[in-house]
Each structure stands twice: as structure tokens, then as C-alpha cells.
Design a protein around this ligand. Structure first.
Ligand SMILES: Nc1c(C(=O)O)ncn1[C@@H]1O[C@H](COP(=O)(O)O)[C@@H](O)[C@H]1O
Length: 164
């Protein structure tokens, strides 16, 4: 994003082909004015880069990592294994199995290595960003206020359009 402040949220994904899904997370972070970075990082294809990214994240000032991947989606879990930052996993919809493979790869972590797993696809990406902002909002009153406004607007919009 154009903001020069250091990123608080890292949005990473296994492939450029995941961007159509993961851009929903970036859009929400943009909307709330949360400094973030978006990177392609793959446990399978760029394992050394993934290790470096996960290990450096905390000292670079990141506070939450959103990791999206499809198919054999090992990225969120492998990143969570190498950082104590909260990791939110987004199962990207796969062509062969519609994302069920991605979901099961991300959600069944062994006890001791948590990944907060979201829904498959774009809703999951959007909610991952909203959850990241709720986490950041615990210590940032301005984000807490914006989250109250977001929820109120959402409710108002539904109520205004409730007559069919
Ligand atoms: N699941 C992973 C990982 C990983 O977990 O490290 N790296 C790439 N991929 C996934 O492979 C799918 C197909 O990738 P391509 O479209 O590049 O062939 C993507 O959804 C990506 O997340």
C-alpha cells in the first residue's frame, strides 16, 4: 500500500493464482487503513524464503500473518510452526476439489501449533482481514472504533434493504 508506515499484517499466498481470492483481504485492510504487505511465499516451491519470512516476521514488526493456499495447503501451518505471531489460514478454492482439500490441509493442525482457519475462498479472505483488524484493535482504539462503524454500517445496509 502507498502508506509508508511499516506493515502490521503480512498477507502471503502460495501462488500468484491465489491473488483473486487474497485480494479480498488486502481490500479490507486498505479500507481500514491498516499497513500491510502482500507476498507470494510457498512452503513447497520456495521453502527457504518461507522460513526466512516466518522467522523474520516478528522482528520486522508484523503482528498478524494471513496465509492463503490451495490444494495441499501447507503454507499456513508451516509458517505457524516458525513464528509466535497469530497465523490466519485461508483455504483457497482448488480446481479439483473445490477447496475441501485446502480446508482440511489447514484446519487439522496438531495441538501446540495453532492456525486460525477461515472459510474457503473470498469470504474467508475477507474475514481473515476483519479478524486481523479485531486482533490489532485490542491495543488500537482507532481500529476498534472503525470496527464498530463497519459493523453498524453492515447492519444498517441489511435493514434498509430488508423489504423484498
Ligand atoms: N498450497 C500451496 C503452497 C504451499 O502450501 O506452500 N504453495 C503453492 N500452493 C498452491 O498451489 C496452488 C496452485 O498453484 P499454481 O496456480 O501456481 O499452479 C495454489 O492455490 C497455491 O496456493
Amino acid at each position: 500500500m502507498s502508506d509508508k508506515s511499516p506493515p502490521l499484517v503480512g498477507v502471503i499466498m502460495g501462488s500468484q493464482s491465489d491473488w483473486d481470492t487474497m485480494k479480498e483481504a488486502a481490500a479490507i485492510l486498505e479500507q481500514f487503513g491498516v499497513a500491510h504487505e502482500c507476498r507470494v511465499v510457498s512452503a513447497h516451491r520456495t521453502p527457504d524464503w518461507m522460513n526466512e519470512y516466518a522467522k523474520d516476521a516478528e522482528k520486522r514488526g508484523l503482528e498478524v500473518i494471513i496465509a492463503g493456499a490451495g490444494g495441499a495447503a501447507h503454507l499456513p501451518g508451516m509458517v505457524a510452526a516458525q513464528t509466535v505471531l497469530p497465523v490466519l489460514g485461508v483455504p483457497v478454492k482448488s480446481r479439483a476439489l473445490q477447496g475441501l482439500d485446502s480446508l482440511l490441509s489447514i484446519v487439522q493442525m496438531p495441538g501446540g501449533v495453532p492456525v486460525g482457519t477461515l472459510a474457503i475462498g473470498e469470504s474467508g479472505a475477507k474475514n481473515a482481514a476483519l479478524l486481523a483488524i479485531r486482533i490489532l484493535g485490542n491495543s488500537r482504539p482507532e481500529l476498534r472504533t472503525k470496527m464498530h462503524e463497519f459493523c453498524q454500517n453492515q447492519t444498517d445496509t441489511v435493514l434498509e434493504n430488508s423489504e423484498l
